[in-house]
Design a protein around this ligand. Structure first.
Ligand SMILES: Nc1ncnc2c1ncn2[C@@H]1O[C@H](COP(=O)(O)OP(=O)(O)OP(=O)(O)O)[C@@H](O)[C@H]1O
Length: 391
């Protein structure tokens, strides 16, 4: 079996279905340009890892990314998927092995969500039943209820939902490689953070090789197994783990790029799941309020997390508020601050600030309540990070 055939293996308890990518002397010279946009780049991207491309505007990140699926033809050099030299491969064949996600999902507006997702499998000649099953499976994977969304048109979705469908479409034929060009650039910060969390979850499950261009260094730190910092001509200035780049920027240039808030950026490395969460008293919608109030008082809690029939949080009222009701109300608090276990402490702090609340509800599997995190815990983490960095 050639290395470029996607295989599912478990390496260090991590699923890997991706293949490695190797660039040898890859160059792009646009017509009429004196200097190449991408100048003899060598790069090894390991199978199953997420590698983030960062660098100043115009340094050649997108050109390099698009040469990987040959939306742009290289002027020189070689590109390998696994051991296979794909430099001369027919671009259409190549693109079926490489999923591609762009800003706003890049969905076809005149096609339903289902048709958008089924495009590549359709081209590969899958039968209708298999395409329909795959479409529903992918909608589920990206957190959209197939019955609600498969027949909608892109304009009937929010920006974040369109982006989820874009990811589903890119994954449709189970390609080993996923290229993502600033996919979350156009959505609001809270949606962006949720999409990042979803991507981390999906990647944990699938282990694709992901190459991801971003302008947001925090995003690179949060999502990347490794980060490539480029300078003009796609010169690789540093290629390392987020931890190593934050701790020891290779050149002044990288230090400037990482920015003055490097200490605080360490918060982007700390996950909510690494923090000891508080277990709140929960109540189900419709339950007798008196029983819930008694439970909360016995536990010494002033707040109760209300969950729906599937254990997902809907509101976070005080015991005093609940004691004025007979049964637990079901109204969803649209401003309820919620983050996932894969969120960073930075995300948790943002969610608290956005909701003007001193805590967040943390959700885990299937969006059910995993615990709560309060601002004091985040502050304590900042303090300890600061003292660690100072040594
Ligand atoms: N089709 C083109 N023809 C000529 N020059 C181009 C073309 N596309 C890009 N360039 C130039 O090549 C260089 C690299 O562009 P590229 O879009 O790859 O950079 P980037 O790092 O992705 O930038 P940004 O972060 O702003 O998206 C830039 O100087 C750009 O002006």
């Amino acid at each position: 079996m050639s290395e470029s055939t996607p295989t599912t293996t478990v390496a260090e308890e991590r699923t890997v279905s991706g293949v490695s990518i190797r660039l040898e002397g890859v160059t792009k010279r646009y017509p009429g340009q004196d200097v190449p946009a991408v100048d003899t780049v060598d790069l090894d991207i390991p199978a199953g890892q997420t590698v983030m491309f960062v660098g100043p505007s115009g340094c050649g990140k997108t050109t390099l990314l698009k040469m990987l699926n040959r939306l742009i033809e290289p002027s020189g050099g070689k590109i390998f998927l696994g051991d296979e030299d794909v430099t001369g491969q027919d671009p259409d064949t190549l693109r079926r092995r490489i999923g591609y996600v762009i800003q706003a999902g890049g969905l076809f507006p005149h096609m339903t969500v289902g048709t958008n997702i089924g495009l590549v499998p359709g081209m590969l000649g899958w039968d209708k039943k298999r395409i329909a099953e795959r479409t529903d499976e992918l909608l589920d994977l990206v957190g959209l209820d197939p019955d609600v969304y498969r027949d909608r048109y892109p304009k009937e979705l929010s920006g974040g939902q369109q982006q989820r469908v874009g990811v589903a479409r890119a994954l449709a034929a189970d390609p080993p490689v996923l290229l993502m060009d600033e996919p979350f650039g156009a959505v609001d910060p809270i949606t962006r953070q949720r999409l990042q969390d979803e991507l981390l979850r999906i990647q944990e499950e699938l282990g694709k090789t992901i190459v991801f261009v971003t302008h947001d260094f925090d995003e690179a730190v949060k999502l990347g197994d490794k980060i490539v910092v480029f300078d003009v001509g796609a010169r690789v200035v540093q290629y390392d783990t987020p931890e190593a780049i934050l701790a020891e920027p290779a050149e002044d240039y990288v230090a400037d790029f990482v920015g003055a808030g490097a200490t605080l950026k360490q918060l982007t490395l700390a996950r909510v799941s690494d923090t000891e969460l508080h277990t709140p008293v929960t109540a189900t919608v419709g339950e007798a309020s008196a029983a819930v109030v008694a439970r909360a008082e016995e536990a010494g809690e002033r707040y109760v997390v209300v969950v729906d029939g599937r254990g997902r949080p809907v509101s976070w009222p005080s015991v005093a508020e609940l004691s004025r009701t007979t049964s637990v109300p079901g109204g969803r608090d649209e401003r309820l601050p919620v983050v996932g276990l894969r969120s960073t402490l930075n995300d948790a702090l943002d969610a608290m600030l956005a909701a003007s609340q001193g805590g967040v509800v943390v959700t885990g599997r299937r969006d059910t309540v995993a615990g709560v995190l309060v601002v004091e815990q985040v502050m304590a983490a900042i303090q300890s990070t600061r003292s660690e960095v100072r040594g």
